[in-house]
Design a protein around this ligand. Structure first.
Ligand SMILES: Cc1cc2nc3c(=O)[nH]c(=O)nc-3n(C[C@H](O)[C@H](O)[C@H](O)COP(=O)(O)OP(=O)(O)OC[C@H]3O[C@@H](n4cnc5c(N)ncnc54)[C@H](O)[C@@H]3O)c2cc1C
Ligand code: FES
Length: 267
């Protein structure tokens, strides 16, 4: 059981929790935890956004999208999260380059800011895209890390209207980037990699397929990388995007959406 120390709504759908946890003593940027809120509930993966070894807490930021994230959002300071398993996944390796471009979509901003703790570059430019202005979170934190930031909203309510990939080809033609980091929904990362591939720029992605156990046992998070089967939970979640089979990953994610839940859990 892990005690909630602090709760903050970043917008009407996104919550930040600070949780007292021994996981803070071992975790590193890029890792995640599996959370279970109730006895019959499913486990869901959430990125460790931040942590303090001194004060023994980790911070999680999540968007309410379904049953478990909704239940989690109803917990308050003083409540306890039933199960918190971690740290899981591999920490990100540090990146030392001259010029890096980071591309964040939606709540991909959470793992992106965790990633940026390990990026050492002379220049870091950024693109951040969301559906609408209200969905922009952690903007100030991102601005502190990047020199030039372009913002896109799908409805044009803030920044430029469109998608993060809109100006990407132009940016990559006009400037020499040594590395791109793209984190967001799977179709977004796929669209970015389609473009960076043409310029042959190494592109780190953090994959978020459906995970069931998070420990390499169930095969739910299977992805094909360089033609080999990998499990995002134990081999990732960070991979070289140019080598990921996104077509297969998109098909697998959609199968889950179409079938819904029929496994006997509370969903
Ligand atoms: C390694 C990893 C780290 C993650 N970190 C975060 C994070 O820091 N913050 C955050 O808000 N979310 C994160 N996610 C996504 C998060 O795990 C899902 O949103 C969550 O499992 C949804 O559970 P639910 O029961 O609320 O919704 P469900 O009822 O399971 O699903 C509701 C909707 O969300 C979609 N969905 C379910 N699981 C995922 C998934 N893994 N990725 C994308 N869409 C999904 C479903 O297709 C469905 O449309 C992460 C996922 C992974 C794999
Ligand atoms: S979540 Fe089960 S193998 Fe990765």
């Amino acid at each position: 059981m892990s005690l909630i120390l602090l709760k903050e709504w970043l917008n009407e759908n996104v919550v930040k929790l600070r949780v007292d946890s021994i996981i803070s003593q071992k975790c590193k940027p890029g890792q995640f935890v599996m959370i279970r809120v109730s006895e019959l509930g499913e486990r869901i993966p959430l990125t460790i956004y931040d942590y303090s070894r001194h004060d023994n807490y980790i911070e999680l930021i999540f968007q309410i999208v379904g049953v478990t994230t909704d239940k989690l959002s109803h917990l308050d300071v003083g409540d306890k999260i039933m199960d918190l398993l971690g740290p899981l996944g591999n920490p990100i390796s540090s990146l030392k380059e001259n010029k890096v471009l980071v591309v964040a979509g939606g709540l991909g901003i959470v793992p992106m800011l965790a990633h940026l703790k390990k990026v050492y570059a002379k220049t870091i430019d950024g693109i951040y895209g969301v559906k609408k202005q209200d969905s922009l979170v952690l903007l100030e934190e991102l601005r502190e890390c990047v020199s030039n930031l372009s913002i896109f909203t799908e409805d044009g309510s803030y920044g430029s209207k469109g998608y993060v990939s809109n100006d990407l080809a132009v940016m990559l033609t006009n400037q020499k980037y040594d590395h791109v980091i793209a984190i967001g929904p799977i179709p977004m990362m796929s669209a970015v990699v389609d473009i960076t591939k043409r310029y042959n720029i190494p592109t780190s992605v953090s994959l978020n397929p459906i995970m069931v156990d998070g420990t390499g046992m169930c095969g739910g998070c299977r992805v094909k990388v360089s033609g080999e089967v990998k499990f995002a939970c134990i081999d990732g979640p960070e991979f070289e995007g140019l080598e990921v089979d996104f077509d297969e990953l998109i098909i697998r994610s959609n199968i889950y959406t179409e079938r819904g839940h029929n496994c006997g859990c509370e969903k």
